[in-house]
Design a protein around this ligand. Sequence first.
Ligand SMILES: Cc1cc2nc3c(=O)[nH]c(=O)nc-3n(C[C@H](O)[C@H](O)[C@H](O)COP(=O)(O)O)c2cc1C
Length: 487
Amino acid sequence: MLSTIVFVLFVSMVLIAIYDVFQTKHSITRNYPLIGHIRFIAESLGPYLRAFFYARDREEKPFNRTERSWIYRASKNASAVVSFGTTRNLNEKGSMYFVSSPFPVQEIDAIKTKPITIGPHARNPYTTTSLINISGMSYGSISKNAVIALAKGAKLSGCWMNTGEGGLTEYHLAGGCDLVAQIGTAKYGYRTLDGKLSDECLRKAASYPQVKMFEIKLSQGAKPGRGGLLPAKKVTAEIAAIRGIAPHEDSISPNRFPEINSAEDLLDMINHVREVTGKPTGFKVVLGNYDWLHVLFKLINKRGVESAPDFITLDGKEGGTGAAPISLTDYMGLPLAESLPALVDLLNQYSLRERIKVIASGKLVTPSMVCWALCVGADFVNSARGFLFALGCIQAMRCHTNNCPTGITTHNAFLMRGLDPTDKSVRVGHYVKNLEQEVGEICHSCGVHEPRELTRAHLRMVSAFGTSVAFSELYPDVIPDKSPSTS
Ligand SMILES: Cc1cc2nc3c(=O)[nH]c(=O)nc-3n(C[C@H](O)[C@H](O)[C@H](O)COP(=O)(O)O)c2cc1C
């Protein structure tokens, strides 16, 4: 028996070696038959070996082991207590610290997050106490089971869920949570046969009481200048029917709305959607420069504050995606660390800070990062990948292949079976609860009662000299107006 196995192995190796010598695609194996394959095997195993054995706790990207472990523990409702001291490099340029108060808020004096009303001029304003919400991920980019688990988890924790640009589906509605319906550039779910915005579809979506707001997606951090991209492998017959496209072909959204060519057009579209749906309406964007915001905010003040978007969702360039070209993911757009203070300052400058709520996203997945965003001026935080980790994501980085090993970004029935929506919805609920709890602990240490009382005075950042500077010194209040109309 053994000799047969050895013989078969030997013959296979000889055949592979002969093939290697005569093939013309790979010079390595042509020059080094058989052993040249070791290079390819090592290359494909590299990411796993580095992730499991070699990468240090705070080294991996996009999310390091420390961040992921915190989310895994929070989702399982396990203790997040550590001992012996921090392993953070405290003197690294850009590191942040919160300013501890000599007189922290006692637990007995802590108050719950106060409710906020978004869209006071809409027929149906939205009032919510939620702080951390589920960012847009379409049904298509993520699986049916993942959508259901997130929707149920959002209901358990009282946060909202954004549908992403693939349209509103029965799976989003199944959880009973508050929903933000996203309108992407392809208008999936909200378009007429000739590609225009369909008022009928908007009205239908708005007729669900669960749908609280509408978000017009101009861009997302991982791929500004590129619309949504759902590879053919993931466009099942059901998803194609929901989107109104052909199955098993790439689903590619345009890189912008053809009808939005200026700040005027954007305001027109926002006001149209709000008028038709009666619900608060805002837009999602990643910033590249600030000039057009001067134009937009001046226009709002000219038309009247009722015309303003009810919220702006600001996505940082560090944002995630189900599929995008690497050049855009790596190089296009501004990270949140730059764009969030700028947006908040500009809103203040044009006296629109109260009117337009700011929702920030981009790696805001742990309590410290949520508090950072609140200190800088965000009203709400959205996360996509934080919630994927809560669902069990292992950062395999294969969302675009339809082979996600945890069943989150795949429609392969076998892989999806691994994700039990009921069990994972509980984890989503725990994640939000524990995130809010630890955000509360940071707040109380800073001496504030409620997360939205955090200000830039509570944040310091390490400078090139290795000592920290107050955040307000690093980011002066006003962004100079260099928009064409005023220069
Ligand atoms: C799998 C996946 C799918 C996404 N789909 C959408 C989408 O349909 N619409 C959108 O605006 N953003 C989409 N995003 C971006 C997220 O909504 C979010 O803006 C970004 O990932 C930043 O949040 P995070 O750093 O917490 O992941 C997607 C992200 C991921 C990971």
